[in-house]
Design a protein around this ligand. Structure first.
Ligand code: HEM
Length: 323
């Protein structure tokens, strides 16, 4: 028996879970070492060394405008942390879900009856447009982060173009998705209760989970994808177009290049959160509940699933005589 957050988890027959877990953790840590600390932090420059051309100098980095502020931070993060963090977070999330699948497994609900109609054709089309956008954007984003390991060149350049095409698709789906879901995605008291029991996902048993049409986990994904999405679009555009001629920059003592550095740092950190939640969304909708994908294909959700996993929504529909 294993114990996790007070819940008893049954050992998976025939699988040495502890060893598997230690092996996976070891593999993650060993590989993360690969990305950290290979290049020393650039020495701090106290003054501009080369007074001629700023761009052609023996100490190129130090002579780029304001390198010592945002530039140094960006190079430091880029050299030491971004790849390691992307790698660690992605593998970490995958390991957690693999363990969840092996130890607890998917929830099963009866699919008899006609179900509860939740997603109209319009909602499904908007959703699948956003899904296609992310399927293009996320893997190509990873390809750019690990461009060095992939050998750079045309492959990574192509990834960059596909990344931009995916972004345009996401922009197209963004406004309808925001408008169609932002009201049911607003926080309610159920969300606190949902978080306290982690949505009932730590037990194999069917438990009644407090949630409206969307639970707290789904809401978190929605807001990260939407609000985070706007910031990702904005920071991505700053890196793509590069020159904005913004007078406001002067007021903050910044230059165009500072803006790109800040955009890149924000894009990378937020990208980690978006990628981690995207993987979570895939796990939840493809594996954590058996047959969950049906709802985004036919529009209907199993009544049994709604009764347990969205109990407040179920009560509301019953009261209104809709089921
Ligand atoms: C291949 C990628 C994707 C797959 C397979 C997928 C699958 C699904 C499924 C099956 C549902 C219904 C879940 C349920 O009601 O129980 C769902 C809902 C939803 N999806 Fe996706 N989705 C994908 C990508 C995306 C993307 C990129 C976004 C946002 C930009 C997104 C946002 C949502 C939201 C907000 C919901 C409603 C709440 C929720 O269930 O999380 N999905 N998705």
């Amino acid at each position: 028996m294993y114990h996790m957050a007070g819940v008893q988890l049954t050992k998976v027959k025939g699988l040495p879970m502890k060893k598997l877990f230690i092996f996976l953790l070891g593999a993650v840590l060993l590989n993360a070492r690969e990305f950290i600390g290979k290049v020393p932090l650039v020495e701090h420059a106290k003054e501009v060394h080369f007074t001629g051309s700023r761009l052609i100098s023996p100490e190129l980095l130090h002579n780029i405008l304001h390198y010592q502020t945002w530039g140094e931070l960006f190079v430091y993060l880029q050299v030491h942390w971004f790849r390691a963090l992307f790698f660690g977070i992605t593998v970490g999330v995958l390991v957690v879900f693999l363990l969840h699948y092996l130890i607890i497994g998917p929830k099963k609900f009866s699919h008899s009856g006609k179900g509860v109609f939740v997603y109209s054709v319009f909602k499904r089309v908007v959703h699948w447009t956003a899904a296609l956008a992310f399927v293009l954007v996320i893997p190509t984003g990873f390809m750019m982060i690990f461009g060095k390991e992939l050998g750079g060149g045309d492959l990574v350049l192509t990834a960059r173009y596909i990344h931009s095409i995916g972004t345009v698709l996401f922009i197209v789906s963004f406004i309808p998705m925001f408008l169609m879901w932002f009201i049911p995605m607003l926080p309610t008291l159920d969300d606190i209760k949902w978080f306290l029991m982690l949505g009932g996902y730590l037990t194999k048993k069917k438990v009644v989970v407090p949630a409206g049409q969307f639970n707290a986990g789904q809401k978190m994904w929605f807001w990260v994808a939407m609000l985070g999405g706007i910031v990702m679009i904005g920071t991505g555009a700053m890196m793509y177009f590069q020159d904005f001629h913004l007078a406001i920059l002067d007021r903050f003592g910044l230059d165009q290049i500072d803006l790109i550095r800040i955009a890149a740092i924000t894009h990378n950190f937020l990208g980690m959160a978006v990628a981690a939640l995207f993987i979570t969304h895939l796990y939840m909708s493809l594996f954590a509940i058996k047959g969950s994908l049906d709802s985004m294909i036919s529009g209907n959700k199993s009544e049994d699933e709604v009764k347990y996993m969205h109990s407040s929504f179920y009560k509301k529909l019953k009261k209104e005589g809709k089921i």
